[in-house]
Design a protein. Sequence first.
Length: 56
Amino acid sequence: MLSWALTFLILALIAGILGFGGIAGTASSIAQILFFVFLVLLVVSALARALRGKTP
Protein backbone atom coordinates (compact mmCIF):
# COMPACT_ATOMS: atom_id res chain seq x y z
CA MET A 1 0.00 0.00 0.00
CA LEU A 2 2.80 2.38 0.85
CA SER A 3 4.53 1.63 -2.44
CA TRP A 4 1.39 2.65 -4.34
CA ALA A 5 1.27 5.94 -2.42
CA LEU A 6 4.91 6.61 -3.30
CA THR A 7 4.26 5.73 -6.95
CA PHE A 8 1.40 8.21 -7.19
CA LEU A 9 3.47 10.84 -5.37
CA ILE A 10 6.30 10.49 -7.88
CA LEU A 11 3.79 10.59 -10.74
CA ALA A 12 2.30 13.78 -9.30
CA LEU A 13 5.73 15.39 -8.98
CA ILE A 14 6.72 14.55 -12.54
CA ALA A 15 3.36 15.70 -13.91
CA GLY A 16 3.66 18.94 -11.93
CA ILE A 17 7.12 19.63 -13.29
CA LEU A 18 5.96 18.99 -16.86
CA GLY A 19 2.95 21.30 -16.42
CA PHE A 20 0.10 18.79 -16.32
CA GLY A 21 -1.81 20.36 -13.44
CA GLY A 22 -4.93 18.21 -13.58
CA ILE A 23 -3.05 14.94 -13.61
CA ALA A 24 -0.70 16.17 -10.89
CA GLY A 25 -3.60 17.16 -8.66
CA THR A 26 -5.40 13.88 -9.13
CA ALA A 27 -2.28 11.78 -8.53
CA SER A 28 -1.45 13.87 -5.48
CA SER A 29 -4.86 13.35 -3.91
CA ILE A 30 -4.76 9.61 -4.64
CA ALA A 31 -1.33 9.40 -3.01
CA GLN A 32 -2.59 11.29 0.02
CA ILE A 33 -5.63 9.02 0.43
CA LEU A 34 -3.53 5.86 0.10
CA PHE A 35 -1.02 7.17 2.64
CA PHE A 36 -3.72 7.85 5.22
CA VAL A 37 -5.31 4.44 4.62
CA PHE A 38 -1.87 2.91 5.17
CA LEU A 39 -1.47 4.83 8.45
CA VAL A 40 -4.89 3.74 9.71
CA LEU A 41 -4.14 0.10 8.90
CA LEU A 42 -0.76 0.40 10.63
CA VAL A 43 -2.36 1.75 13.82
CA VAL A 44 -5.10 -0.91 13.79
CA SER A 45 -2.49 -3.62 13.31
CA ALA A 46 -0.34 -2.27 16.15
CA LEU A 47 -3.33 -2.07 18.50
CA ALA A 48 -4.44 -5.59 17.64
CA ARG A 49 -0.95 -6.91 18.34
CA ALA A 50 -0.76 -5.01 21.64
CA LEU A 51 -4.15 -6.25 22.79
CA ARG A 52 -3.23 -9.84 22.03
CA GLY A 53 -0.10 -9.50 24.12
CA LYS A 54 2.32 -10.76 21.50
CA THR A 55 5.85 -9.46 21.40
CA PRO A 56 7.45 -8.49 18.09
